[in-house]
Design a protein around this ligand. Structure first.
Ligand code: G3H
Ligand code: 13P
Ligand code: ZN
Length: 309
């Protein structure tokens, strides 16, 4: 199957109330682990690369590895730029065959975000590529926001409507309390589902995206720590909340941290148990297997996208 945009998969996700996993990639083992899982679950999947991941892997290699996955499996796969920082990066990805790009203008004020997003939308649409934009700010606990300025960071549903109408973006990433990385919450995990619901009421036909949505799977953190890692107190979004998001109007759920933990935990285990190991296949095979298992669990048990290819 050729590369697809996210248009059809998002339409189905909104109609049938499930979410599609968008998994960050920067090497062959991640790509293989993810598509092996998606194919086994007969699920659509989004492979996404950030600009720093593209710098690391090199765009030509990423493209060819994704092409290999498309040759191997008959499931819908979209290739997406994650957190495009500027127009030029989005254009480079569009010109190199990505089917979807994100322009992340959330660091700018409302009007500047609109202006930049519109420019990307215009170019992307002229090439048949779809655009994800972002409104609202994802705080990390290290940002130490107090309650009153927390409200200012969440997406304003009224603004979301104006933003989508004025930019023509195809999907919208919103801020409802998630954040990137392994340290998302100091105390209890809490997401503002009330804001999600209001956004959905204002823009019912726009697919919604959740960034910073790793569970920070406790078993994976323990595995890293048991075999010499030092990742104390890490905490993410519990599966139950992600499942609720999936059936409440979120179409795309972004996962990077959990795959980093899976690869690292598996590799650490091999090195700890067999210090004489030095064949990369010896540690990258279990790493790829654990990525597959992690993705499969999310697709099947949390996001609900199995058998929707
Ligand atoms: O949201 C950001 C992703 O986790 C990508 O991170 O820029 O380190 O590749 P990165
Ligand atoms: P996590 O750090 O929670 O995996 O979020 C990834 C992400 O949002 C990529 O854009
Ligand atoms: Zn993100």
């Amino acid at each position: 199957m050729p590369l697809v945009t996210t248009k059809d998969m998002f339409e189905r996700s909104m109609k049938e109330h499930f979410a599609i996993g968008a998994f960050n990639v920067n090497n062959m083992e991640l790509i293989q682990g993810i598509v092996d899982a998606a194919a086994e679950e007969n699920s659509p999947v989004i492979l996404q690369a950030s600009s720093s991941a593209i710098k690391y892997a090199r765009i030509g290699y990423l493209k060819k590895m994704v092409e290999a996955a498309l040759d191997e499996y008959d499931i819908p796969i979209a290739l997406h730029l994650d957190h495009g920082p500027d127009f030029e990066t989005c254009k480079m990805c569009i010109d190199n065959g990505f089917s979807s790009v994100m322009i992340d203008g959330s660091k700018y004020d409302f009007e500047e975000n609109i202006e930049l997003t519109k420019k990307v939308v215009e170019y992307a649409h002229s090439k048949g590529v779809v655009v994800e934009a972002e409104l609202g700010k994802l705080a990390g606990i290290e940002d130490d926001v107090n309650v009153s300025n927390q409200d200012a960071m969440y997406t304003d549903p009224e603004q979301a409507k104006e933003f989508v109408e004025r930019t023509g973006c195809d999907s919208l990433a919103i801020a409802i309390g998630t954040s990137h990385g392994a340290y998302k919450f100091k105390g209890e995990a809490k997401l503002r589902f009330d804001i999600l619901q209001k956004v959905k009421e204002k823009i019912p036909n726009t697919p919604i995206v959740l960034h910073g949505a790793s569970t920070v799977i406790p078993e994976l953190v323990e595995m890293c720590n048991e075999y010499g890692g030092n990742i104390p107190g890490a905490k993410g979004v519990p599966d139950e909340m992600l499942h609720e998001a999936s059936i409440s109007g979120v179409s795309k759920i972004n996962v990077d941290t959990d795959l980093r933990l899976a690869m690292t935990g598996a590799i650490r285990k091999v090195f700890a148990e067999d210090p004489s190991a030095f064949d990369p296949r010896k540690y990258l095979t279990p790493a790829r297997d654990l990525v597959k298992k992690t993705v499969q669990h999310k697709i099947r048990d949390v996001f609900g996208s199995s058998n929707r290819a």
